[in-house]
Design a protein around this ligand. Structure first.
Ligand SMILES: [Zn+2]
Length: 668
């Protein structure tokens, strides 16, 4: 339950707000009550082109770009004079990916050991071991809401849903090269076209890797993935923790998911001694085991071969990099141009050694004064939540008590983690990009597996400090605000409260309210999945949530594609409650001052400006199908549920966004 899928959420700036009065003075093309997003952002939307190497662009993306430029400068400094062994590893890792000529000269040689291992698989038992060895800690269904892995299964190590005092391995569905089952099964022209392009991409990958019978192999891989997709849960069900809490013992797998040698699988995955698991997607896990049994060995070997190349193409010669971009960038996201080499290399270091980069980033760019001011804002917004809970007329006293307890025990991490991950065990070789990538992935998975034997750390972070994003982790009852989101134009230490509460304040409110959205409210103050609501409370909450889901399902970004109000419900609830709480906290800071209508306008305009973003149609379609967040334009529209917005902009019946007071959704 995080702020955005791709650091898209951002950002109010002092610059934007300074520019606003002029925009107000001119007759706006659109009335605020008809399209608030366009009213605030129309000029920007008309004047800005999405850069060719992007599937979307907005103030947030610009901030990501600036942050990346800063970090690359820091890396270049480390390369010249490494300050520690870890700093040298950062510089070497980056250099290995920047060494395009070296990668080209080696050709496919670095891939050969992995391909030879797959070729040597002689029976289903050996296949099962190879599938086990491919398991990586590469998904996170609850905090980062990342459900995607090309490996047959995804692994997540986290607290148990009902036992927040111990770490448990979670198994998730996987094995698809396209983002979701809908891409394989939906009967729409755009999906059919993508299927053709994906099939061609698989064949081209085989050809470029010098593997014979590329077309026939591609057809087999595609057919197998289609069968896997048919067993997958859809995106909406994936987000339902009540459907995910399936506790299986190691012995249960043979009975509940027959068809593969699970003991061999777990031994090979480093989970040999593990007794208890949580199976997030039981139907897909059982389906995959059935397919391991029924689909011919050669098809599975083709599947492993393709994905072992496809997943590491960033570290391979240009022809494979370009082919990968042609499908994943161009076809899937509508991005015309690949990003520059340095950006891709930086992304590789960010993925491999996130905390090492975070450490050097905050030392230079996150001053202690920012941390202090943000702590004060967090405390004010938490107070606003306490007051809102007290004022709820529908909530039973016992439920209120636990809600207060949950707020009181909330861990709020600001800027950076208290403990940094260690890369002491990571071997980095300056001229071995692929080896570095594989070793970093392996180390990450080993470190995650090691947690199974350690006490739970509620203060552990799940986002790097240099990421422009924020996250709520319900089982830890914790929130992280990475340093990179806590900077201008998003949070501006020199700006006034209207600006900062409309910007970062709404984000803080958003993350806090995830503790009380349809998912978060299922976890108690100790982080346990437990129903702590009375039946009447639950009924009111469900009714209010259903109204918000219906409000969002009625939005149609494309004539043939509506937003899924259920899939985006948690985020929409967090937006609504977060904006309301931040509004209250802002007004509390004005306690003895005269409140001007302009102040409220600034607050709401700041909010809408913080969502300004343009997306290519392909990326927008993908997001609507797979993202837990509604597109930014429609997230902005939640202002129509706040009475104060109507007063600030004189919104009248008959205007598109107008809701009669009884139809405005009020949850918290
Ligand atoms: Zn969120």
């Amino acid at each position: 339950m995080h702020l955005s899928a791709s650091a898209r959420r951002l950002a109010i700036s002092i610059v934007l707000v300074a520019a606003l009065p002029a925009a107000w003075a001119a007759p706006a093309a659109v009335l605020p009550g008809d399209d608030f997003f366009d009213y605030v952002n129309g000029e920007w939307l008309n004047s800005v082109e999405i850069p060719a190497d992007r599937s979307s662009w907005g103030v947030g993306a610009a901030l990501v770009e600036d942050t990346n430029l800063r970090i690359v400068k820091l890396i270049e400094g480390l390369a010249a004079a490494p300050s520690s062994a870890e700093a040298k590893k950062i510089a070497d890792y980056y250099a290995s990916f920047m060494d395009e000529a070296g990668i080209e000269a080696k050709g496919l040689a670095p891939l050969q050991p992995a391909l030879a291992q797959i070729a040597a698989i002689g029976d289903k038992r050996a296949l099962t071991k190879a599938l086990g060895a491919s398991l990586q800690a590469d998904v996170d269904p609850l905090n980062a809401t990342n459900f995607f892995t090309e490996n047959l299964f995804g692994l997540w190590i986290a607290q148990g849903l009902k036992d927040s005092a111990h770490y448990t391995p979670y198994l998730l569905q996987g094995g698809l090269g396209m983002p979701d089952r809908a891409y394989y099964l939906d009967d729409t022209p755009s999906m059919k076209e993508l299927r053709g392009k994906y099939l061609a991409h698989i064949a081209a990958t085989f050809r470029l890797a010098g593997i014979a019978d590329a077309e026939a192999r591609a057809a087999r891989v595609f057919e197998l993935e289609t069968k896997i997709a048919a067993t997958h849960a859809n995106r909406e069900d994936s987000a339902d923790v009540l459907k995910a809490n399936n506790n299986w013992s190691a012995a249960d797998f043979a009975r509940k998911a027959p068809g593969m040698d699970w003991a061999a699988f777990f031994a090979s995955a480093g989970l040999g001694g593990q007794k208890k698991f949580i199976v997030w997607h039981p139907t897909a896990i059982a389906g995959a085991a059935r397919l391991v049994n029924s689909v011919p060995l050669e098809t599975w070997k083709d599947f492993l071969t393709f994905h072992s190349i496809n997943q590491v193409s960033a570290a391979l010669p240009k022809a494979l990099v370009d082919q990968h971009f042609d499908f994943y960038g161009r076809a899937l996201n509508g991005t015309p141009q690949q990003s520059l080499r340095w950006k891709r290399s930086l992304a590789a270091v960010n993925a491999a050694m996130p905390d090492a980069l975070g450490k050097i980033y905050v030392a230079k760019y996150f001053p202690p004064e920012s941390k202090q001011r943000l702590q004060q804002m967090v405390s004010n917004i938490v107070d606003a939540f306490h007051l809102r809970i007290d004022k709820l007329d529908w909530m039973a006293p016992a439920t209120k008590k636990e809600a207060h307890a949950k707020l009181k025990t909330l861990y709020v991490g600001i800027g950076y983690p208290e403990k940094w991950a260690s890369y002491e065990q990571l071997q980095v070789v300056p001229d071995d990009a692929l080896g570095n990538l594989l070793r970093a992935e392996r180390l990450h998975t080993q470190q995650q597996l090691a947690k199974l034997h350690q006490p739970v750390d509620r203060a552990e972070w799940c986002m790097p400090a240099q990421l422009v994003n924020a996250v709520n982790m319900p089982m830890q009852n914790a929130i992280n605000f990475p340093a990179a989101i806590l900077q201008p134009p998003y949070f501006d230490p020199s700006a006034g409260d209207a600006v900062n509460y409309g910007g970062i304040g709404a984000t803080i409110g958003h993350e806090i309210s995830h503790s009380f959205d349809d998912q978060g409210a299922q976890f108690d103050s100790k982080g346990r999945l437990r129903d702590w609501w009375t039946a009447a409370d639950g009924k009111h909450f469900k009714q209010a949530s259903a109204a918000l889901a219906a409000q969002y399902s009625a939005y149609k970004p494309f004539p043939d594609l509506a937003i899924n109000g259920q899939q985006t419900l948690s985020e929409n609830l967090a937006d609504l409650a977060g904006l309301s709480a931040s509004y209250d906290a802002y007004h509390a800071t004005l306690a003895n001052k005269r409140v001007t209508p302009e102040a409220d306008q600034q607050f709401f305009i700041g909010y809408a400006a913080s969502w300004r973003e343009k997306e290519r149609d392909e990326a927008l379609r993908r997001a609507i199908l797979t993202d837990g967040h509604a597109p930014d334009k429609w997230r902005t529209a939640t202002v129509r549920n706040l009475d104060a917005w109507y007063n600030a902009f004189n919104v009248q019946p008959g205007q598109t966004l107008y809701l009669a007071p009884k139809d405005r959704v009020r949850v918290w």
